[in-house]
Design a protein around this ligand. Structure first.
Ligand code: 0O2
Length: 233
């Protein structure tokens, strides 16, 4: 993943209020990109190592796949304005303090119970600091969405300094990931507006998938002849 993919002259028209030169704007953007991309890499490696060790110890990999993304500068500015940050492009320090999902990682696990296992293992690491947790696994959102959201702070070591950088992690089951992608696309295609009928149907689908997740988990334990094999983590 390259960190130098924004170019100040191209985004200048999107942030006309920036007070510095093009070089300063490019520098500021590169700084943000380098830090947040590095933080994503650090956390991805940690998760990969945990998954590999899990496989070695239990012949089982809890993580199905991992996706990551860096918010675009336009999306960061849009969110900053929504958060009421004044003149965000000239106040990037405030933006970085307030917007905690500039770096985002989605951890898609095989079974719902793996969300707690993997998030717990990550949080137990001494250089990981928990900033925020939103647990929608047992308390789904109105839409039916279930996931475990964490914001953690991770150290990034640069040439002459260490920076703690926030990363948002979304832990989801495969079933909920499929639902969330489709629901997000439908909402996006319809500019966020869906009829009550559709909203209700999507919620029912989410509930059905949650029941399927629970059943699959039971089947897994029956097959393994073990009620709570990984609960010690
Ligand atoms: P993207 O590009 O997916 O990241 P906050 O971000 O904290 O200001 P909120 O809504 O309180 O706002 O945060 P929350 O609940 O942690 O949710 C943020 C992200 O979770 C969203 O990011 C989605 O990725 C996902 N999400 C939350 N609710 C739903 C839902 O009902 N359906 C789907 N499909 N996804 C959801 P963004 O902001 O959409 O952008």
């Amino acid at each position: 993943m390259s960190f130098r993919y924004y170019y100040a002259d191209k985004i200048r028209e999107k942030v006309p209020h920036y007070k510095g030169t093009d070089e300063e704007l490019q520098d500021a953007i590169d700084d943000v990109s380098l830090l947040y991309n590095s933080a994503i890499k650090e956390v991805e490696v940690k998760l990969q190592i945990l998954s590999d060790d899990f496989d070695k110890k239990h012949s089982y990999m809890p993580i199905h796949h991992i996706q990551s993304r860096l918010k675009t500068i336009e999306s960061i500015m849009e969110k900053a304005e929504r958060y009421g940050i004044e003149d965000p492009i000239n106040n990037l320090d405030v933006v970085r303090r307030e917007i905690l999902d500039i770096a985002g990682i989605r951890v898609v696990c095989n079974y719902e119970e793996d969300l707690q296992t993997m998030s717990g293992l990550l949080l137990a690491q001494e250089d990981i600091e928990l900033i925020k947790i939103k647990d929608y696994t047992n308390n789904p959102k109105e839409s039916g969405y279930r996931s475990l959201h964490l914001v953690v702070s991770v150290p990034v070591y640069l040439v002459n300094r260490k920076k703690m950088v926030p990363v948002e992690l979304q832990f989801r089951s495969i079933a909920m990931d499929a639902w969330a992608s489709l629901e997000h696309e439908l909402r996006y295609k319809n500019k966020g507006e869906l009829s009550q009928d559709i909203v209700d149907t999507l919620k029912e689908c989410a509930e059905t998938l949650h029941k399927v997740d629970e059943r699959l988990s039971k089947v897994r334990h029956q097959v393994l002849h073990d009620e709570n094999k990984y609960s010690n983590y």
